[in-house]
Design a protein around this ligand. Structure first.
Ligand SMILES: *[C@@H]1O[C@H](CO)[C@@H](O)[C@H](O)[C@H]1NC(C)=O
Ligand SMILES: *[C@@H]1O[C@H](CO)[C@@H](O)[C@H](O)[C@H]1NC(C)=O
Length: 305
């Protein structure tokens, strides 16, 4: 091999090392850690609550349904949480965001992790999925899935600053590439990437040691995902990944202060990294898991003039 060959081999090795590198996660680092996780009644949030509990953390969880939160908290205590408490509330409301962070401050005396995970406004309330100009729906969705993330982060940042803590934002592959039928959801997830990536820069420049982790989450076996797969007749070849594994990947990413994590690794990493290079091909791939459309959005079928 000539000089060029060796250089290329070295570059390739560095690249592979960079891709495969995973910082070591010390489970003990979470013993006694003070954690707030939002959206814990089901799915990935519920699984995160159980993992943090097993790791001996002190955890505050949120969701809208109080009866459900009581069940999750009871199980967390069984699993070994040093402390497990809840705030029942709607993160779309500023006062509920304030109550959440205030409760953590009072009960824990500080905060090490804020994990933003909640999702509001269900798909099921929507009649048309192709973008139909429904600004009211968009507004509600943005308030809960975008605006409240920033509100909660802003309330928590002074506490996280004191502990050199971590902000973890549960984003989506829909916040990195264009998937159909997700306009409003994609808007919030792309938006969160933009906001928190800029915030990270400002924190570094102010020498404020709070880490910011954006989680690029793919297709996970949760109720909304199953609904999505059925409603859009998405190819059954796309197998959803287990929420429990996903929850652990997010927890590790936060604890090791990663900038981004990808789960499931293959899809999420490749889609994110290749989109800037071959956007048309990635778009084609994202469309091709759905059958051809039978109808158009009401924007094009209802004549308003
Ligand atoms: C937080 O990190 C700074 C460096 O960025 C360090 O000087 C300080 O001691 C750390 N504080 C805590 C509470 O760990
Ligand atoms: C920031 O805080 C983390 C966690 O306490 C610590 O491991 C790291 O060394 C700190 N970074 C700097 C630059 O001091």
């Amino acid at each position: 091999m000539g000089k060029l060959g060796w250089t290329l081999a070295l570059l390739f090795a560095v690249l592979v090392g960079y891709i495969w590198y995973e910082p070591t996660f010390d489970p003990e680092s979470l013993r006694g850690a003070r954690v707030v996780v939002t959206g814990c009644s089901t799915g990935i949030g519920e699984q995160m609550a159980y993992h943090y509990a097993r790791l001996g953390a002190r955890v505050l969880i949120t969701a809208r349904r109080e009866a459900r939160l009581k069940e999750v908290v009871a199980k967390m205590k069984e699993l070994g949480a040093q402390e497990a408490i809840y705030v029942a509330g709607d993160m779309g409301k500023p006062e509920d965001c304030e109550r959440t962070i205030q409760t953590a401050k009072e009960k824990f005396g500080g905060l090490d992790y804020l994990v933003l995970n909640h999702v509001g406004t269900s798909y099921k309330s929507k009649k048309a999925f192709l973008w139909d100009g429904d600004m009211e729906f968009l507004h509600d969705h943005v308030m809960i899935n975008y605006y409240s993330y920033i509100r909660l982060a802003s309330l928590a940042l002074p506490l996280l600053h004191k502990t050199n803590g971590s902000l973890v934002v549960v984003g989506s592959i829909a916040g990195k590439i264009g998937n159909p039928f997700t306009t409003f959801y994609a808007a919030t997830k792309f938006g969160l990437d933009g906001f928190f990536t800029s915030l990270r820069q400002e924190l570094v420049m102010q020498e404020i040691n709070v880490s910011v982790t954006y989680c690029v989450i793919g297709f996970i076996d949760t109720e909304p995902a199953q609904y999505f797969q059925e409603t859009f007749q998405m190819s059954k070849d796309i197998k959803p990944s287990p929420p429990s594994d996903c929850a652990m990947a997010i927890i590790k990413g936060g604890a090791t202060r990663q900038r981004e994590i990808y789960y499931p690794w293959g899809n999420a990493w490749f889609a994110t990294k290749l989109r800037p290079l071959i956007p048309d091909l990635i778009d084609y791939g994202a469309r091709s898991v759905f059958p051809p459309l039978k109808e158009k959005s009401p924007l094009f079928t209802v004549d308003k003039h």
